[in-house]
Design a protein around this ligand. Structure first.
Ligand code: KG4
Ligand code: ZN
Length: 333
């Protein structure tokens, strides 16, 4: 166990989460209040409702995380909080709360990039990334491939020009009336369906590049549903998962061959997908390099990963910033 402790806070989208993490990235506690039920009623996240929920939940969640870890404010070395990217009004609740507590308790506060939080989700509880490493980040807000040469600098290889993979899952789920978020239910139904390659393969936008577009796949899925009403929901899900994850596997394989990373890291909400985890394992086994995946409970948004990223900032002497930035890029801090 490490001896320094951080209280970390995440409120960038629809989860209000607080955690206590030590400087060796052991998670002492993590409490998350999900708004899924609320947003499920409306098929997506409405910023105004989300931020009001954060205001209601944030102090009880922090209180419970501190209690479960049995720590007092005086035991904390630092408070870490997500400062972007995400919804402006939701991020502000987290950052304002962190600043108020920091001032009251006399503890420094550090802003953290949510996307670097996702990267740290694979390092919680004692895992270390071997660099240079290939990063596949697949969440509701982002889909990108990057090389991490040393853990601080990221080199973008390619990304989606429109929808993220998480969004594509959510939109297909909405089209099929399956509720929000779509990932888990679409994956589950796909397991009992059959894919016969009825959807077109997603192609790269440039012959030698990694960028791609997913809005076409979403449209093609919609057309498939309408043109073949007899197709079971399970089969539609199987077709979609096959086409979508097939694309990720092709791009990742290409990047492993060209960039020769020493490891592969797959993070973000979609990293909770059992078929994606299995496909990435097979790919890495074939390439003979280790695969780092977050524990299932750290794949979707949570504060533990934000605490982990904050400790990496401390190790690397990253200057502290608390400005809220809804459009913070993945290579910023
Ligand atoms: O990382 P995350 O919790 O939030 C963002 O930062 O965006 O990702 C949420 C996304 C949602 O789109 C959800 O449908 C997807 O992750 N997701 C999954 C699974 N669990 C969550 N997608 C595929 N399979 C899953 N099991
Ligand atoms: Zn996220």
């Amino acid at each position: 166990m490490g001896s320094d402790l951080i209280l970390s806070i995440e409120s960038s989208c629809d989860e209000t989460s607080a955690a206590v993490v030590d400087d060796r990235l052991n998670v002492l506690s993590c409490v998350t209040a999900s708004q899924i039920e609320l947003h499920n009623q409306f098929g997506g996240v409405y910023p105004e409702m989300a931020s009001r929920q954060h205001v209601t939940n944030i102090l009880p969640v922090i209180d419970q995380a501190m209690q479960e870890a049995a720590v007092q404010p005086g035991d904390l070395t630092m408070i870490g909080v997500t400062r972007g990217p995400g919804l402006m009004s939701s991020l502000s609740v987290g950052v304002n709360t962190a600043c108020a507590l920091g001032r009251g308790w006399g503890v420094p506060v550090m802003g953290v990039n949510h996307l670097r939080g996702h990267v740290a989700s694979a390092e919680l509880n004692g895992f270390e990334i071997e660099f240079p490493s290939l990063l596949l980040l697949v969440s509701g807000g982002h889909t990108l491939l990057a090389m991490m040469d040393d853990g601080a600098e990221f080199r973008l290889l390619g990304e989606t020009r429109d929808d993220s993979v998480g969004e594509a899952y959510d939109k297909v789920a909405r089209e099929l009336g399956l509720g929000y978020p779509g990932g888990p239910v679409v994956d589950r139904l796909a397991k009992s369906g059959v894919s016969a390659g009825r959807l077109p393969k997603v192609m790269p936008l440039a012959a030698d590049g990694y960028d791609f577009s997913l809005s076409g796949l979403k449209e093609a899925t919609r057309r498939l549903i309408r043109s073949q009403p007899d197709l079971s929901v399970e089969d539609v899900c199987a077709e979609f998962v096959d086409a979508c994850l097939g694309l990720l596997v092709r791009r990742t394989t290409q990047a492993v061959e060209r960039e020769r990373p020493r490891s592969v890291v797959v993070v973000g909400g979609v990293a909770a997908s059992p078929p994606l985890r299995a496909m990435m394992k097979e790919l890495c086994d074939e390439a003979g390099i280790p695969l780092l995946l977050p524990d299932l409970k750290w794949a979707t948004d949570n504060a533990a990963m934000i605490g982990g990223a904050a400790w990496r900032y401390v190790e690397r002497d990253v200057p502290r910033s608390l400005s809220v930035d809804p459009r913070l890029r993945f290579d910023q801090f």
